[in-house]
Design a protein around this ligand. Structure first.
Ligand SMILES: Cc1cc2nc3c(=O)[nH]c(=O)nc-3n(C[C@H](O)[C@H](O)[C@H](O)COP(=O)(O)O)c2cc1C
Length: 201
């Protein structure tokens, strides 16, 4: 029996840019004029599988924040996308809702089929229902219970790292538990800023 009660149903570089080592190790990086800030501008492809729109909101806000930093970010819902033919990018971001502790099935299938060269950088985010007290007992779920219902990021990491991809950042976002459909818990935009700040090559 699945315990739904738990959820009541529950990102500079300056001089390195000129060094030979840089050119040897950063072949695929797209360089844009950096307005003298010495930052590496990235081309990013983001794939998410949002069902109720919360992950889509996170993705759009992340795009907005990263583009304000000069990066180029394309956001896609995975529906209709071919995981074997992803456009070339400096970094990929994958975002998934959670179902019974795991990434939603469509995202599990998508990342299993992803074809990217080993060493490719990625970041990942998950949306979760917030933890709330059990309706009957009034008790909050234990850390162990919470971990069991939030394995979305570790499961995605296992698949992506298994392909030799290299993680640069991850972040969890929470939706209010009442309906599990959202809205996102207050402060989510600040978390997007934190996440964007962690994402670098
Ligand atoms: C059937 C079902 C099962 C869910 N199971 C979990 C779960 O195990 N853990 C969790 O944190 N959230 C769970 N949720 C909440 C989802 O994570 C939440 O609806 C989703 O992240 C919202 O993102 P979206 O609006 O982008 O679809 C579940 C939601 C549904 C509908």
């Amino acid at each position: 029996m699945l315990h739904y009660s738990f959820f009541t149903f529950l990102f500079t570089r300056g001089s390195t840019l000129l060094s030979p080592k840089y050119f040897l190790t950063h072949k695929s990086v797209h360089h844009y004029p950096s307005e003298g800030r010495g930052e590496e501008r990235m081309r990013v492809e983001l794939y998410h599988a949002s069902k109720f729109g919360n992950g889509a909101k996170v993705a759009e806000e992340l795009r907005r924040v990263m583009e304000a930093k000069g990066h180029n970010v394309n956001v896609h819902h995975i529906k209709g996308e071919n995981p074997k033919k992803l456009p070339s990018a400096d970094l990929y971001i994958f975002g998934s809702p959670t179902r019974f502790g795991k990434p939603i099935g469509s995202m599990r299938r998508f990342i299993k089929k992803v074809v990217l060269s080993p060493g490719t950088k990625y970041a990942v985010f998950a949306t979760h229902g917030e933890a709330v007290p059990d309706k009957k007992t009034g008790k909050m779920p234990t850390e162990e219970e919470i971990y069991r219902w939030r394995k979305t990021i570790p499961i995605m990491d296992e698949v992506l790292k298994g392909k030799g991809l290299v993680k640069v950042a991850d972040k969890k976002f929470y939706v209010l538990a009442e309906t599990m459909k959202g809205p996102l818990k207050e402060g989510w935009q600040e978390k997007v800023e934190e996440f964007a700040a962690q994402i670098s090559l």
